[in-house]
Design a protein around this ligand. Structure first.
Ligand code: SF4
Length: 353
């Protein structure tokens, strides 16, 4: 298992070996309506060369966590507490100039929409070559050759010629490949991919996932793959962390989370996924209700207003007491381990098929 979430702020000897350690991270924004607590006490580790899938609905805090790792939040409106250690270096207190050096070099990001990341005014080749010149000190000629090489690596046919094209001359799938080439050009140790295949059709999506897998083998980067769709990361992630309302509510190896999920929210996510082998005319079962406002999050377990299992816990615990996420394989839920197992086997699994 590559992610080991420990109790908030409790470093251990293993921390020394983690490539990325996030400890008791809190991120909040000042808005006109009040303070939005977007991330609320998140801890996880990631090892070099491994892939962590972070899953959750919009507003779960997954993208904010990763923008904070990259230092892409506005310090004027954002308060960050806790630790983000990259190879032992604290990023939450790093100067902008240090973060600037890290971005594109040690850490790179692939966004959902390549059109927002690629400039329409410059050729694709130039946009891939620039970070290589800036971070690796390469000459213009060497950087251009590297850009052509990277376009070839990500499967763009005739890369020597296509490097001279502008982004609008590429298809959506090719733009996404170009952005992956741009992200990997400096051989980063950590690649953060934020819903990188959401805007693509299923065939291209599968090609991009295969490509990321292949490139990870070649470059050995650690990958954080953010998605709202558990199915997308089934073949890709070593570990999965499920987020809800700013915190982690379940984590484990991909096999554990997909084959024996323990949290009612994860059950809901799996239940709402379309399956090719099921009756396609059967209605999907979406999770009732909507994610909570992070201005005024629910008391106790943040999932309680949407949870249909709270009466099995007894008393008022789900409303009054926030369940912790224990170390190692865990889910933040007051149900006992036996209850989780029985409910999953007898009530949830038959519905999943
Ligand atoms: Fe549901 Fe209670 Fe578990 Fe929260 S703690 S997921 S409300 S059963």
């Amino acid at each position: 298992m590559t992610t080991v979430t420990k109790e908030a702020g409790a470093p251990s000897p293993a921390d020394a070996g983690a490539f990325l350690s996030v400890r008791d991270l809190h991120v909040s924004f000042k808005t006109e309506d009040g303070i939005v607590r977007a991330v609320d006490g998140l801890s996880f580790d990631l090892e070099r060369g491994k892939t962590l899938g972070i899953v959750g609905e919009s507003g779960s805090g997954k993208s904010v966590t990763n923008l904070t790792i990259l230092g892409l939040h506005s310090p004027k409106f954002t308060t960050v507490e806790g630790e983000i250690l990259l190879e032992g270096k604290e990023l939450t207190t790093a100067r902008e100039s240090e973060l600037e050096k890290l971005r594109g070099n040690k850490v790179a990001m692939i966004f959902q929409d390549p059109l927002t990341a690629l400039s329409p005014y410059y050729t694709v080749g130039r946009q891939i070559a620039e970070p290589f010149m800036k971070h690796m000190g390469a000459s213009k000629k060497a950087a251009w050759e590297r850009a052509v090489e990277m376009l070839g690596k990500v499967g763009i046919p005739n890369p020597k010629e296509r490097a001279k094209d502008y982004p609008h001359q590429f298809s959506g799938g090719m733009r996404q490949r170009a952005m992956i080439a741009m992200a990997l050009v400096c051989d980063p140790d950590l690649l953060i991919a934020d819903e990188p295949t959401t805007a693509l059709d299923v065939t291209v999506q599968a090609q991009i996932l295969d490509l990321l897998n292949d490139l990870q083998q070649e470059f050995g980067s650690a990958i954080i793959f953010i998605t709202h769709d558990l199915g997308v990361i089934a073949d890709m992630a070593d570990d999965i962390m499920v987020m809800y309302a700013g915190g982690a509510i379940e984590r484990g190896t991909t096999n554990q989370v997909l084959r024996s999920p323990q949290h009612p929210y994860t059950w809901g996510l799996l239940n709402s996924m379309p399956r090719l082998d099921s009756d396609l005319s059967a209605a999907l079962a979406p999770i009732p209700g909507a994610p909570p406002s992070l201005l005024t999050p629910p008391s106790g377990c943040r999932f309680h207003p949407r949870c249909t299992f709270q009466d099995r816990v007894g008393g008022n615990r789900c409303v009054t007491e926030r369940p912790p996420l224990a170390p190692d394989r865990a889910s933040a839920c007051h149900l006992t381990a036996e209850q989780k197992r029985t409910i999953f086997v007898e009530e949830i699994k038959p519905r999943l098929g």
